[in-house]
Write a protein that binds this ligand. Structure first.
Ligand SMILES: Cc1cc2nc3c(=O)[nH]c(=O)nc-3n(C[C@H](O)[C@H](O)[C@H](O)COP(=O)(O)OP(=O)(O)OC[C@H]3O[C@@H](n4cnc5c(N)ncnc54)[C@H](O)[C@@H]3O)c2cc1C
Length: 103
């Protein structure tokens, strides 16, 4: 299977959206459930490298306890999402509680 790099994916997305404000407006119409015929695309922001890379193999549920009394949490220990950050945080809290003998 061919691997698509981050830069290639971004270039593809740019290519798909380039000069196509209609695509953005169609998405806005779907999201907001409203008529966007009178809307105009004013600006577009590309957030480059906004998220951590999630390249295979996916390693979810990485340990919070990295040794030496240090505990790490965040989306980079799980999946690059709020859900991943929260799940990682819960695991880190549980590991800390276990390490200090709390219930
Ligand atoms: C534009 C954008 C849109 C997104 N949309 C979605 C979405 O729709 N759904 C979704 O699930 N996820 C989305 N995400 C991803 C989601 O926001 C992140 O996965 C999540 O916030 C990661 O949480 P975190 O606590 O691991 O890290 P962060 O939220 O990045 O928190 C890390 C914190 O550590 C601080 N920090 C960094 N270095 C230091 C230092 N040396 N000392 C002290 N503090 C430091 C930073 O200032 C920051 O406050 C989006 C992200 C972006 C950027």
């Amino acid at each position: 299977m061919a691997t698509v790099t981050h830069d290639q994916a971004l270039a593809n997305a740019r290519h798909l959206l380039a000069g196509q404000p209609a695509a953005a407006l169609a998405q806005a119409a779907r999201l907001w459930g409203t008529d966007v015929d009178a809307w105009e695309l004013l600006v577009r922001h590309d957030v480059v490298r906004a998220l951590p890379r999630a390249v295979p193999p996916l390693e979810p549920a990485r340990r919070a306890d990295v040794g030496g009394g240090m505990f790490v949490c965040g989306d980079h220990r799980e999946t690059p999402s709020i859900q991943g950050a929260l799940a990682s945080g819960v695991r880190a809290a549980q590991d800390v509680a276990a390490a200090v003998g709390a219930r």
